[in-house]
Design a protein around this ligand. Structure first.
Ligand SMILES: O=C[C@H](O)COP(=O)(O)O
Length: 247
């Protein structure tokens, strides 16, 4: 189907310069499958350093950015600033942003639209909580989150969706390959029905939530899983195995 496998490493609020040098070292050693697009999500303070020191086959992403080019927004980073230091990707709408920092569907969608219009590529995160899953609301939640973005953008070519069930993030409770595939398939069907068949066929949907070197191959063999967004394991050498999950 021609969707390039895409693996992101979301470092979250982790890393010192010496730890980052170790990560860059195992990324340089790899080898990283050239059929996989690799993107590392780096804390803002280290973006410039990592952008300057990462291997050419690894893209760098911010973990957040604001919906304005500049101005009185203390503590925020603009897409223009990211572009200025050569960073072309941003992760938006991560469940930690939504839950801890209170980002609404509306704000996430505004950020996605502004980042795209500024020339960034976006990993847009969606996913249900355990309560929502147990209440049978998984589809309703991920469709609502995706619809909010669809209300603000027309062109999906620079968007990767990361489906991350909140209950699987950092918990060691991975969704089974069948559970993940079921939601990915539903999302692709949603795109076919609500956006277009072309977007449904081409959009890449990552799975995120306790992905490891041990479970990545089975997850990555599912037909609608086009890669991963990896948290904890992206700080460790096993990230190379996850990048190479689909050979
Ligand atoms: O963005 C990454 C996800 O939150 C997954 O984190 P995790 O791999 O540590 O569960």
């Amino acid at each position: 189907m021609g969707r390039k496998f895409v693996v992101g490493g979301n470092w979250k609020m982790n890393g010192t310069k010496s730890q980052i040098n170790e990560i860059l070292s195992f990324l340089k050693t790899g080898p990283l499958n050239s059929n996989t697009e690799v993107i590392i999500g780096v804390p803002a303070v280290y973006l410039d350093y990592v952008q300057s020191n990462s291997p050419a086959n690894v893209h760098v992403a911010a973990q957040n950015c604001y919906k304005a080019e500049k101005g009185a927004f203390t503590g925020e980073t603009s897409p223009a600033m990211l572009k200025d230091i050569g960073v072309n990707w941003v992760i938006l709408g991560h469940s930690e942003r939504r839950q801890i920092f209170g980002e609404s569907d509306e704000l996430v969608a505004d950020k996605v639209a502004f980042a795209l219009s500024s020339g960034l590529k976006v990993i847009a995160c969606i996913g249900e909580t355990l309560d929502e899953r147990e209440a049978g609301k998984t589809e309703a939640v991920v469709f609502r989150q995706t619809q909010a973005i669809a209300n603000k953008i027309k062109d999906w070519s620079n968007v990767v969706i990361a489906y991350e069930p909140v209950w699987a993030i950092g918990t060691g409770k991975t969704a089974t390959p069948a559970q993940a595939q079921e939601v990915h398939k539903s999302l692709r069907d949603w795109f076919a029905k609500n956006i277009s068949k072309e977007v449904a066929d081409s959009i890449r949907i990552q799975y995120g939530g306790s992905v490891t070197g041990a479970n990545c191959q089975e997850l990555g063999s599912q037909p609608d899983i086009d890669g991963f967004l990896v948290g904890g394991a992206s700080l460790k050498p096993e990230f190379v195995n996850i990048v190479n999950a689909r050979q």
